[in-house]
Design a binder for this molecule. Structure first.
Ligand code: PSU
Ligand code: MN
Length: 303
């Protein structure tokens, strides 16, 4: 696919033109989701987790007016260390690109750019969703609307309980997005395998997930399939512990009058800084898990 705004790394380009498996990865998590240097170490080792399963990683970010698909180690360092990198969701893309600003892409923007390049699957940690109190704030992530029409499957660790998990699942249903939990009945909540909500679907094999994705698109149904991959037990953080951090983070956000696109990064940073690194370790572990599962599904999709 030709697009003047895309710069595709040669290895990724070659894989795509030979129908070999490629997994897209986002950059907001690098610039806004984790502290340096763990963010850079994680971004690099997550790419290795994708390779280990036989797929090619394509970390996506915006620089010098172009959408970069596949970053060098130097570029990952740049996005990990530079202050004032934009957090780019869909609505920010035209401004950041036309002004040639550096931008780290959210799930929504990463999916869209991946789709422009012809990548079919994307791995992340947590997706955006319907925030708690959204009935008053209208704070619903553009990740959800993007998932309703862009044909890139998404692997995440479920939905963080900074969001309203029940409302997010309702919204996904409204948007016609199949939600599949890998290997268990309950929908996971990022730090925990539990959320109190049943998953709409459960599938235990990556090949069968690939089959579902292909069937959806072959039917002409546009949009993602959301694959929720539960955190491994050894990295789980008890829901009560996380809930108390979230309550504190929400009060701090309200006291500091945090609104709009700053809300999610503020909450994530607050929780990471106040949970003695426990949440950061969980975060890192599950991004690796998600990248491996996405790579297995990518391999199955390319058969
Ligand atoms: N949730 C997480 N970790 C993240 C994000 C969300 O657990 O890093 C990031 C992702 O890039 C996601 C974005 O796409 O935040 C959502 O931001 P917003 O809620 O402003 O749409
Ligand atoms: Mn928002």
């Amino acid at each position: 696919m030709q697009n003047d705004f895309l710069v595709i790394q040669p290895e990724v380009k070659e894989a795509l033109s030979n129908n070999r498996p490629v997994v897209a990865l986002e950059s907001t998590i690098i610039s806004h989701g984790m502290p340096w240097p763990r963010n850079v170490e994680t971004a690099i080792s997550v790419e290795n987790a994708v390779r280990k399963e036989g797929a090619v990683p394509a970390t996506i970010a915006i620089k010098n007016g172009k959408c970069h698909i596949g970053l060098s180690v130097e570029e990952i360092e740049f996005f990990g260390q530079t202050k004032n990198v934009w957090k780019v969701s869909l609505r920010d893309m035209p401004y950041v690109i036309s002004n040639k600003l550096p931008g780290a892409t959210t799930v929504a923007a990463t999916m869209r750019i991946a789709s422009m390049a012809g990548i079919k699957i994307f791995a992340t940690g947590g997706i955006g969703g319907v925030h708690r109190e959204a009935q008053h704030t209208m704070d619903i992530s553009a990740d959800l609307t993007e998932m309703s029409h862009t044909n890139v499957a998404v692997v995440s660790a479920g939905v963080k309980s900074i969001l309203d998990i029940g409302l997010t699942l309702e919204y996904l249903e409204t948007m016609g997005i199949p939600v599949v939990t890998f290997g268990q009945d309950e929908f996971p909540s990022f730090y925990s395998t539990k959320s109190g909500f049943n998953s709409p679907l459960r599938i235990d094999e990556p090949d069968a997930i690939a089959e579902l994705i292909n069937t959806k698109w072959n039917l002409g149904l546009n949009g993602t399939v959301l694959i929720a991959n539960p955190i491994q037990k050894e990295f789980e953080v008890a829901p009560e512990i996380i809930e108390s951090h979230i309550q504190n983070a929400l009060s701090a956000a309200s006291n500091n009058k945090i609104t709009g696109k700053e809300v999610t990064p503020f909450l994530l940073k607050y929780i990471a800084e106040n949970s003695k690194g426990e949440s950061l370790e969980a975060n890192i572990a599950l991004i690796h898990q998600n990248a491996s599962l996405a790579a297995k599904i990518a391999v199955a999709l390319s058969k």
